[in-house]
Design a protein around this ligand. Structure first.
Ligand code: 13P
Length: 253
């Protein structure tokens, strides 16, 4: 089944409002000629969302956020809710990134609650899974990512699952310059697809599974040529328009 590839830039804690505006203004005209053949989004920090939303208006470039709280409102100092993100022009929300899991106490249970909140606000979650180097070396990769995927999506039925994108991001490949080989990525993506089939039957064939972890212009096309690699979640290389757009073009090859 042909799935439209989906490339999202996760800017992490980079870019002021002015810098976000500048990068989006550089990217937007480069996305227009893609004619919808690749879906492209950027996920700036919360403070730059409104500036980015304004700068990408009228272009096919879409807006993502990097995290969300599961409640709509309340006494949760520092947190931002899904309806707030929707109002800011956000369409996609990254949930369960390994940095959130490792540095901010995210668990499969909080991922599940966040995914529910994102869907309830009619936004589209990008649910991240990935093993550490120690887990890979212990032969536990498929067990770990399987547990994260089932945990993060538990309780969701087929129609809701259709709105989900999954991102496989091996922790050892993030920001390290060490990319998974395309065969390593495909092996995990295929296993994740099999779990999605258990959860939602044939609907699993339309769910995109992105790869993330040191995706660069020179490895993007090869990674995305794998049958179950349906796009990329790009960190460092999404901060420069030229690099990011080369990665996006890699999805067309
Ligand atoms: P890098 O592309 O910088 O390795 O980051 C990957 C990532 O964490 C995207 O979410």
């Amino acid at each position: 089944m042909a799935r439209t590839k989906f490339v999202c830039g996760n800017w992490k804690m980079h870019k002021t409002q002015a810098e976000a505006r500048e990068l989006v203004r550089a990217l937007a005209p480069l996305c227009a000629p893609l004619g919808g053949k690749v879906q492209v989004a950027v996920a700036p920090p919360f403070t730059a969302l409104a500036a980015a939303a304004e700068a990408l208006r009228g272009s096919p470039l879409e807006l993502g956020a990097q995290d969300v709280h599961w409640e709509k409102q309340g006494a949760f100092t520092g947190a931002v809710s899904a309806p707030m993100l929707a109002e800011a022009g956000v369409k996609h929300v990254i949930v369960g990134h390994s940095e959130r899991r490792q540095l901010f106490g995210e668990t499969d249970e909080t991922v599940r609650k966040k995914v529910g909140a994102v869907l309830a606000a009619n936004l589209l979650p990008i649910v991240c899974v990935g093993e550490t180097l120690a887990e890979r070396e212990a032969g536990k990769t498929l067990e770990v990512v399987g547990r994260q995927l089932r945990g993060g999506l538990s309780g969701l039925q087929a129609p809701a699952l259709a709105a989900v994108t999954v991102a496989y991001e091996p922790v050892w490949a993030i920001g390290t310059g060490k990319t998974a080989t395309s065969a390593q990525a495909q092996e995990v993506h295929q296993a994740l697809r099999a779990i999605l089939r258990e959860l939602c039957g044939a609907g699993a064939d339309s769910i995109r599974i992105q790869y993330g972890g040191s995706v660069k212009p020179d490895n993007a096309a090869e990674l995305m040529s794998q049958p179950d690699v349906d796009g990329a979640l790009v960190g460092g290389a999404s901060l420069k328009a030229d690099d990011f757009i080369q990665i996006v073009r890699g999805a067309l090859r």
